[in-house]
Ligand binder design. Sequence first.
Ligand code: AHG
Ligand code: MN
Ligand code: MN
Ligand code: MN
Length: 334
Amino acid sequence: MLIAKTLGQFIIEKQADFPYAKGELSRLLRDIGIAAKIVNREVNKAGLMDILGEAGSTNIQGESQKKLDIFANEQFISALQSGGECCIVVSEENDEYIYIDSEISKNAKYIVAIDPLDGSSNIDVNVSVGTIFSIYRRKSTNGKATLDDVLQKGVDQVAAGYVIYGSSTMLVYTTGKGVNGFTLDPSIGEFCLSHPNMTIPEDGFIYSINEGYYTHFPDGVKKYIKYCQVEDTTTRRPYTSRYTGSMVADLHRNMIKGGIFIYPITASAPNGKLRLVYECNPMAFIIEQAGGLASNGYERILELDVTELHQRSAIFIGSANMVKRAEEMMKSFS
Ligand code: AHG
Ligand code: MN
Ligand code: MN
Ligand code: MN
């Protein structure tokens, strides 16, 4: 059986797309892939290790951190620190950005923002979780990189990706030239190309939203949900509601089958819950590269001004025609 191209082979092959790059981005993606394999190992045997449950600490988001949040965070940060290609790491689990001040990283030109473990509420119940990463080139050309190098718009990302630790473990990423998916083959410990040139269907029949917050949704969201549930079933069938509590898992399913994921503003999240820098922007870059759309209900996610590390945003993301329809309702009714 011919082994599919590994992530490493693919990255080197695609190196030609970046004539000016001297391999740094390739090495950075390799470092992220290594950390993902280590996290995958722990996720796969979480029930057998003392890695389930609460860590007993709270992050800046006000969330109680799970042991796996902390473990995954440590793995990705250490892989980025030792890889030498990254000068700053931003993480959901760290209040401030981490400046990597080491001999090997002194010429590093990349900034990495990461949600080390997405969907933490699913860990103890064995439902898919993920990792999300976003990569920028620093803007400053000398001295220490600063916050100004981090707070860049989503359109300025050079790469973004996610890992889904599901029935199989996949790494999906873009460098702005399409989206490619790699499935981890545990027998050789390599991510192998399994989903080349991923595209999201223009239309879909799946909507993902936590309807438990319905009462406080903006009217445009309420109207869109009713549109999905179809008042007049003679014209079309109702959509299917699928919501897992893990953005990565919901977006990956909707990427494959078509669909829309919505996390609007709610009473408890007046600016939205999801974080712009390490959830909304990377997922928006990926989905747009796959032919979909990502909006905050009124404007393109990737164009939003980034003013804070842990800034939140409402997000409507997925199949282009579905996002357009939802935006129309937001603009008409909210
Ligand atoms: P994280 O686990 O990284 O904090 O992210 C959880 C996010 C996202 O993955 C998911 O879609 C959403 O929170 C679920 O929020 P609700 O439980 O409020 O629906
Ligand atoms: Mn969290
Ligand atoms: Mn998350
Ligand atoms: Mn997280």
